[in-house]
Design a protein around this ligand. Structure first.
Ligand SMILES: C[S@@+](CC[C@H](N)C(=O)[O-])C[C@H]1O[C@@H](n2cnc3c(N)ncnc32)[C@H](O)[C@@H]1O
Length: 329
């Protein structure tokens, strides 16, 4: 039997038990870190220390090539190739509209822009990120390429010199926006008529507040531990902001199920780090926000699946979605 055939017979990750039950996970977090203490960061701007402390964790544990987003695996089996799912969608859009000039918002360490620059030698891509350390890393990686560059700026203040592009995309970054309308206006202004916008991100379900209290606590821990301290936006907030800015939403797709395998993998790793005695010294030495990623790993599956694998999705409170929009020609 080939590797591929074996994969097809293995059950989807959602049908397997969690690596830890939610009450145990919350007790563990409370004992080690104090839930109230973690949630004290709610609403605070911790972006800089979070990314400064997490950089090597991302490089070591998520992708040595600097990918800072989740892997999407529709078949329910984790495969790091799923980190390219979002990039392939952007690539399809480039082909569909014949895009030549592209702007990436929140380009991080450059993984997406660099991959797309290699896939489409005839396009010109600019990556924009708020944090100088990310721009520096991305620029270093881009040295051998002539069709990609990186700029330090906020997507809530895109320099007009970057306007006039055929496609704008943003992967797991607009969750940090303080004002979707402001960012959406820049996106609309940056696009030429007929240009497209692709966004992937986590969102709160419309009925987030009706989720069981412990699921909300797990979800808040998940958000704050990834520096999304004011919580994820709702998908409808972004759709409305884009429409108000003059874009037309072409597709809004819930991809939460495709994210389960990756989230389960992060959870298994977090359980290992937080419960194995031999890692006690490491836990003690790790900086606060780097360790926060283990809290996000522990709680992520409860946030997106609810408390019971395969049956609890109605209790879940966070989704992962794609929004595709167009500026009318
Ligand atoms: C989770 S990382 C994703 C990076 C990249 N999109 C990827 O897929 O690998 C989020 C990125 O958003 C950036 N970011 C946060 N707020 C921003 C803002 N207002 N303007 C530009 N970038 C921002 C962060 O510095 C970080 O690099």
């Amino acid at each position: 039997m080939t590797h591929l055939q074996q994969d097809q017979t293995r059950p989807h990750a959602e049908t397997t038990p969690f690596s830890i039950e939610m009450p145990h996970a919350l007790r563990l977090i409370d004992t080690h870190f104090g839930i109230d203490r973690i949630l004290r960061d709610t609403g605070r701007d911790i972006l800089k220390p979070y990314y400064a402390q997490s950089k090597h964790g991302y490089l070591r544990l998520n992708s040595h090539r600097g990918c800072m987003h989740i892997s999407l695996n529709p078949d329910g089996h984790f495969d790091p190739d799923g980190h390219f799912t979002q990039i392939r969608e952007v690539s399809d859009q480039i082909r569909q509209i014949g895009a030549r000039n592209i702007l990436e918002l929140g380009s991080g360490m450059g993984f997406n822009a660099l991959s797309l620059a290699d896939m489409h030698q005839d396009v010109r891509i600019t990556g924009l990120d708020l944090l100088p350390q990310h721009v520096k890393t991305a620029r270093k990686a881009a040295r051998a390429r002539s069709n990609v560059s990186f700029t330090q700026a906020s997507y809530e203040d895109v320099p007009e010199s970057l306007y006039g592009v055929d496609l704008v995309f943003a992967i797991e970054t607009l969750c940090y926006a303080s004002d979707p309308d402001r960012a959406a206006r820049h996106i609309a202004a940056a696009l030429v008529p007929g240009g497209r916008f692709v966004m992937y991100d986590g969102f709160r379900r419309p009925d987030f507040d009706a989720a069981p209290e412990d699921v909300i606590t797990a979800s808040r821990l998940f958000e704050v531990s990834m520096a999304v301290t004011s919580g994820f936006w709702r998908c409808a907030d972004w759709e409305a902001a884009l429409e108000r800015a003059g874009l037309r939403v072409l597709r809004s797709q819930d991809l939460t199920r495709d994210s389960i395998a990756c989230m389960r993998k992060y959870q298994a790793r977090a359980v290992k780090l937080l419960t194995t005695p031999k890692y006690a010294a490491l836990r003690y030495l790790m900086p606060k926000y780097l360790l926060g990623n283990a809290i996000a790993g522990l709680t992520g599956p409860f946030a997106i699946e609810g408390t019971t694998p395969n049956t609890g999705r109605s209790e879940a409170s966070i989704t992962y979605n794609l929004i595709l929009a167009e500026k009318p020609a």
